[in-house]
Design a protein around this ligand. Structure first.
Ligand code: NAD
Length: 369
């Protein structure tokens, strides 16, 4: 029940009815309606202490403390399952001044059209391929990603995958538990030190991965067309810039850190996979569309690739019959490279603060309080 109201009603049913009625009244009496009434009739005052704070709609999970921080200042609707209820999402979007999403809410088309009041979209993560950014720009809706806030989680995922795949021995738990002793078969694991790591994309995550990798004795090369060969970042990180084909042909491990764009779609296709060093390892924690999954499964089955770790897929969850299901030396994870307890807190706090700043400085009419 709302603060500031003393209701002469006692039964639970009456209270629920009154609460629903009040909710409707609040929806209707949103800031713009109030502003209109007050500008037309300067002496008019709203009949009760209405909550007309800007509304933030959160359609996927967010760290509780960040939600609480937002709720102390704004009208927050937090429904982590809203992404799976499209009709409810559309209805709620009509009343939102800000929308906060992860990567499952597709902010385009019908949903974008419903966001008539919205001034800002917060993205709990990096990679804006689930948001029609140019349509947001043309409607002057700001888009705020959590750039850098989950880089440590992804970089650690990459390093762990390199250890697991090069050594190979960690796949033996069920065999050893069942009394087998595959010691000879698992004696050919490789060490990480002295290998070459090739990073495709050298932004936040690529650079942090390079730092961790160099600490372990890897040589690191990277390809990123946005960075000139004389850009200071190469000297600062101790990483050598290389063309894509040279990188693929000379690296023991290739890790992808590019956004999904028309230029990066199917970047690693059958032809490029054939240029990898025999036995090399591929790690994709960027986006599914960057790698041709059928070609990758074939390269693993033929032994051309020594192993792969995939956190992201063309279709998520993986559809039945995917060629990846039976491919050897393959680690599959459900799009969690960037998700840890710590990164969830950092990402949520960053997006909460930036969305709050955007709402404070936007022209949203806060109405009467
Ligand atoms: N699996 C996960 O949980 C997870 C988490 C975070 C990010 N990601 C993905 O990782 C990507 C990278 O994240 P980031 O924080 O490092 O982003 P970023 O924007 O800091 O870096 C991306 C880099 O890719 C470069 N790039 C663009 N096109 C390229 C191309 N054709 N070839 C080589 N480089 C190219 C850009 O110049 C940029 O430097 C995100 O776009 C996202 O898709 C996945």
């Amino acid at each position: 029940m709302s603060e500031g109201l003393t209701l002469p009603l006692a039964s639970g049913a009456s209270l629920r009815f009154y609460d629903r009625w009040l909710q409707r009244w609040r929806e209707w009496m949103r800031a713009d309606t109030l502003a209109y009434l007050m500008s037309e009739t300067p002496d008019w005052k709203p009949p009760m202490n209405l909550d007309t704070k800007p509304r933030i709609l959160i359609s996927e999970f967010m760290d509780d403390s960040a939600v609480a921080a937002l709720a102390s200042e704004f009208d927050v609707i937090y429904q982590p399952d809203l992404v799976d209820r499209p009709a409810d999402l559309l209805e709620a979007a009509r009343h939102a001044d800000a929308l906060i999403v992860r990567n499952r809410t597709q902010v385009r088309g019908e949903l974008l059209a419903a966001l008539k009041r919205a001034k800002v979209i917060g993205r709990l993560g990096v990679g804006l391929d689930n948001i029609d950014v140019s349509a947001c720009q043309s409607r002057q809706i700001g888009v705020i990603p959590a750039s850098g806030a989950n880089a440590q989680a992804v970089a650690e995922y990459v390093i762990a995958s390199i250890f697991l795949l090069l050594r190979g021995a960690y796949f033996s738990s069920s065999a050893v538990g069942a009394g087998q002793w595959p010691r000879t078969a698992l004696s050919n694991g490789r060490e990480i030190a002295g290998k070459q790591l090739g990073l495709v994309g050298f932004g936040f995550i690529g650079q942090l991965t390079a730092k961790l990798a160099r600490g372990l004795g890897l040589t690191v090369v990277a390809h990123d067309p946005a960075l000139a060969p004389d850009a200071p970042v190469w000297a600062e990180t101790g990483v050598t810039p290389l063309g894509l084909d040279s990188l693929l042909g000379s690296s023991d491990i290739v890790s992808l850190h590019v956004p999904l764009l028309p230029q990066t779609c199917n970047l690693i296709d059958a032809e490029r996979l054939s240029r990898f060093k025999p036995g090399a390892i591929l790690i994709n924690s960027a986006r599914g569309g960057v790698v041709d999954e059928v070609a990758l499964a074939a390269a693993l089955s033929s032994g051309q690739l020594g192993g792969a770790a995939l956190d992201v897929f063309d279709a998520e969850p993986l559809p039945a019959g995917s060629p990846l299901a039976d491919a050897p030396n393959l680690l599959l994870t459900p799009h969690i490279a960037g998700l840890t307890v710590e990164s969830n807190q950092r990402v949520s706090a960053l997006v909460a603060e930036r969305v709050a700043q955007a709402l404070r400085s936007s022209e949203v009419n806060h109405g009467a309080h």
